[in-house]
Structure formats: structure tokens, C-alpha cells
Design a protein around this ligand. Sequence first.
Ligand SMILES: [Zn+2]
Length: 317
Amino acid sequence: MKHVIALDVGGTGMKAALVGADGTLLHQARRATGRERGPDAVVADILDFAAELRAHGVRQYGEAASAAGVAVPGIVDEAEGVAVYAANLGWRDVPLRALLTERLGGVPVALGHDVRAGGLAEGRIGAGRGADRFLFVPLGTGIAGAIGIDGRVEAGAHGFAGEIGHIVVRPQGAPCPCGQRGCLERFASAAAVSEAWAAACGDPDADAADCAKAVESGDVRARQVWQDAVDALADGLVTALTLLDPRALIIGGGLAEAGETLFTPLREAVRRRVTFQKLPSLVPAALGDTAGCLGAGLLAWDLIDTTDPSYPSEVTT
Ligand SMILES: [Zn+2]
């Protein structure tokens, strides 16, 4: 059976899968990224992991994967196939596509950006299925974004398109590691809400999920922390929808796991801010933490021209 290899490399863990032509996850595996051993060891592990998946495909499906897709964090040159920089992995200018192509016996390899790959999957087979224009915004340790246009995700001229987390929503607000002050991710990421709720309730271990539970049980302090985050997020999203006019806003990441505790006030806060703009649908992401891996698989499938006679569409038995 024809399949591709998909790898999603994160700061702490790597997720991998063999993905079928219909986007089905045929086989999944995870392991630690082990970034404390340095960037060279991480790259070696990525290559080993991909080679193991290839071998698994040969054993299980009687043929090697037809292509591979890898999603990585940081700055990615998708056209050149180079992982340019990732603060949390410590690498610079790793020619990952060429290294993987060599290790996997010459099959086509796509290198993508983790959030854009996740957005691609949410847009094609997840919460945005059928939406020709969407914005995917995962609310995690930070806040990122992926701009979906007609079945692809816009990278921008320098690979920075979609960085909604660094839109200033509170001028002169809290400093951000990016060098600016008052960036959206300082107020509405899961990490920012965790920090604000820990300070408000006095428990240093309390996190955003605890805050959501306290909101649901009617805690006044929690409601204030939560509403501050919702207002900041709505300010950022309205800036984005004014520029992009998306059909759907897909919100994911840890904070979105609060469900309607987030989405009900957020829809209301966005609606209140909109004047002439058309309101997009505001929906939770559907693919969870497999989005990046599925997106890497889609990037791989996109490389295979199914009309090419050298890629038979049926497996000989
Ligand atoms: Zn910033």
C-alpha cells in the first residue's frame, strides 16, 4: 500500500506516522527530542527515526514510503529545504531536506514549518475543511498563526507570515522576548494565562486549565483573569480578520481545550469589536496535537504527482 512518512519535530517530543493517501494515520510513534544533547544529536535522531519508519513501512505494507514530510519549529526555508533557526533546538542552517532525501533512498522530501503544517491539516482535513480562507491560531506556550489560502498556507516573503502572537495589543504592556512590549502572546497564550492565574490565586503551580475550572465554578478573580485574556485575544483576532477577511478562525492549543468556556465569551468579544467586517466562524481546532504530523504527511503527498507513471497508483500483489 502506498504511504508517506510524516514527522513533527517539537521542542520536547517528536511525533511520527505513516500516512495513507486518504490522510489516515496508519502507524504512529513518539519519542523525546532530547535537545539537551545538542543540535547534531537531534538531527541524527530525526534521520534515524525516519529510517526506522521507512523500514516499518517495508515490513508492514510491502513497499517503502513514496515520500516524506517533516515539520520543524522556528525559521524554515521551505523552498530550499533548510531548517534555518530554532531557539529551542539550537540549530542553524541544517539542510534537513537533503539529509533526509539521502537517508531515505532518494524519495522526495518536503520540509515545512510546524504551525503552518498544522494549519494546512486543520484547513484541509480538520476544523476548516471546505474553508477557502482561514486563520489557524494555536494558543500554547506562545501564540502563532497559519494563514490558509485556497488549500495552501502562506509563508510570507521571509517565512514570518502569521505571527499574530507578536501583534501589540497593549502598548507599553509587559515586555516580550521578541523585544517589543504588549504582544498578544504575553496576555492570551496558555502560558500567560497560567502565569496570571498563579499570581491571582497564590498557587504557583496553578495553570490555565485550573483557571478555566475556576471560571466555570464562578470564581470572581478567575473570571477577571480569563476576561482579560479573552479581550486581548479578541483585539488581536480582529486586527487579523480586518487584514485577511477569513471565512473561519480556527483556535487550537492548550487554551482552546477549555471549550465553550473560551469560545462563548470570545465569539461575543469579537462580535462587539467588528463594525464593517464580516464575522468569520470561530471554531475549535479538530486535530489536537496530531495536526503537525498530519500536515507533514499532506506536504509529502503534495510532492507526489499521481499522474506520473513512475508512481503506480495500485500496489502489485
Ligand atoms: Zn513579541
